[in-house]
Design a protein around this ligand. Structure first.
Ligand code: SF4
Length: 291
């Protein structure tokens, strides 16, 4: 198995076989993100990818999930992705799901037919970083996509029969805009109705460009209590119809861990946040937060 540089995967892919099909992130511009600053974006050779898959088959008796890395592996042309998915199906007939990171632009570049073909070959989830529902925040963080484009990419993924797992980041607007950020994330989630929402809380570490802004006082982080209030406001603005949405804020960066299904668990999750606000001891200690 050949891994190049740091390898990242979503929390729910903790037990998956991770195969790098690209290296780095084709965008690599988000100001809060330092994940792939150590490598230039490139595509891996198909022979190398297949060799890793064959070696994994020899190493592991049972592989139920495969995750295709790095940053936005969905950027690969469909033909190549289909050949990789076919190889996974052949080598790992027991595999139940293949997951992948995809940027909104990666999804929008593919036709509905191409996405359906990926689904039919085993692609079972696409992880999309929305980060915010506010166009101002998306511009500030250099996301490279607008609210409308991100919403369209989520709807397009779900319409192709592939569940979308979408990430938002608490605290990303800082002190100046957290109420707008919360409300606009909530309304965007309502419009896009993804199958899964993952809420992280901002931690900017070097070499993320935002780290320098925080250190220089140009960006003011929210207090832990404000982060919880922001999450509460976001949940209040979520009104999902027609599909259950699993909402999780159980990442190591979060002050309060939530897990529920929207819309049915909305009130109980808000009550959990209220309880945490009444008792500051209910918030995770800063020392235990991490990315
Ligand atoms: S957040 Fe995602 S899209 Fe943005 S630079 Fe990091 S890996 Fe790339």
């Amino acid at each position: 198995m050949q891994y190049t540089g740091s390898v990242y995967r979503p929390p729910s892919e903790a037990y998956s076989l991770i195969i790098q099909v690209t290296l780095g992130c084709a965008h690599n511009g988000c100001t809060f993100c330092g994940m792939f600053k150590d490598k230039s974006f490139s595509l891996r050779n198909e022979e190398d990818i297949f060799r890793d898959l064959e070696e994994s088959r020899r190493m592991f008796r049972r592989v139920e999930r495969v995750f295709l890395a790095d940053g936005d592996a969905l950027v690969l042309k469909n033909d190549k992705l289909l050949r990789i998915l076919e190889k996974i199906k052949t080598l790992f007939p027991e595999c139940e799901r293949v997951g992948i990171y995809g940027s909104p632009q990666d999804v929008l570049r593919k036709t509905p037919g191409e996405l359906a073909a990926l689904r039919n070959e085993g692609l079972g989830i696409v992880y999309i970083g929305a980060e915010s529902g506010s166009d101002k925040v998306l511009t500030d963080i250099k996301k490279g996509a607008t609210r409308a484009e991100i919403t369209e990419s989520i709807v397009k993924t779900e319409n192709a029969g592939i569940p979308a797992s979408v990430t938002f980041i608490s605290g990303l607007a800082g002190q100046d805009g957290w109420r707008d950020h919360a409300a606009l994330c909530g309304t965007m989630i309502s419009e896009a109705a993804p199958s899964y929402i993952g809420l992280l809380t901002l931690i900017a570490e070097p070499p993320a460009p935002l780290f320098a802004d925080i250190a220089a006082g140009r960006f003011k982080l929210l207090t832990p209590v404000q982060v919880v209030e922001e999450t509460r406001l976001m949940l209040q603005h979520i009104d999902i119809k027609g599909r259950d949405c699993v909402f999780r804020s159980n990442h190591a960066s979060n002050y309060v861990s939530l897990r529920g299904t929207l819309p049915s668990d909305k009130d109980s999750m808000i009550a959990r946040l209220d309880a945490a606000l009444r008792d500051a001891g209910g918030l995770k200690d800063e020392r235990f937060r991490m990315l």
